[in-house]
Design a protein around this ligand. Sequence first.
Ligand SMILES: [Zn+2]
Ligand SMILES: [Zn+2]
Length: 285
Amino acid sequence: MIIDSKGNKWYKGNLHMHTTSSDGARTPAEAMRIYKDKGYDFIALTDHWHVNEPDEYEGMLVLSGVEYDLTRDECYHIVGYGLREDPRLEREAEPQQMIDAIKSAGGVATLAHPAWSLQRPDKMVQLKGVDCTEIYNSVSGYPFSARPYSGTLIDVATTMGFRAVLTSTDDTHYYGEDAGRGIVYVKATELSRDAIISGILKGDVVPTNGPFIEWELRGSRFAVTVPDGCRYVQFFTNKYYSPQTTATGGTVREAYFDVDPKVTFIRAEAVGFDGLTAYTQYIYF
Ligand SMILES: [Zn+2]
Ligand SMILES: [Zn+2]
């Protein structure tokens, strides 16, 4: 847990992981032990087509979860967590049915690893009720696969009207290099299912590979603060080019982008000297 500059609590979590209940390498008990030892405040066990019950492990909150997938000519993986009941979905379900079933069961619906899935932005905007999407997914990257980063794809979808809270997850299968690189910090007043889910749905989420980041809009100025400093901060908007895109030089702790009327959305990434990145959420205008 991190306390930010205003005194708010941000709980550390992993919202996407697999166990021996599907194709993960560790049992649920082993998985909980590993994440507890890594200092996590909460996790969600999201096995393929297997709804895990909510749990608690030595003070660590364990959210219920599941991952539904469809792989035909197109690939969709929809992760749900915080479910209050088993959606009892049939294997033939379409992506929209997966989202609807997760939400009817009280859960949060996430479009998982869109870049890895080669998701089409024109199809992404047609999905209704997507709460979150993963800007980063550990197991989609080296050495297990490729395309862990979905930021560019989500930016394109966002220009077309797609809206979702960004998360960063491990999607842990192997409990090696895939464990501990995809992190969310969620702002909440307490560590409980309801407070964490509420924080996620409000977008009070820092998706990151490790470092923490703060941001706010001060009038028309988008301000980013990196408490531990970083190598550079980059801003992403609907504009092809802006001279304000990159803030660099020495150790960057604060960076700004003055938004003009042509900007319809903005987000930022802070890249550390070790390459580890923290992401802001989108702000829309
Ligand atoms: Zn998946
Ligand atoms: Zn997965």
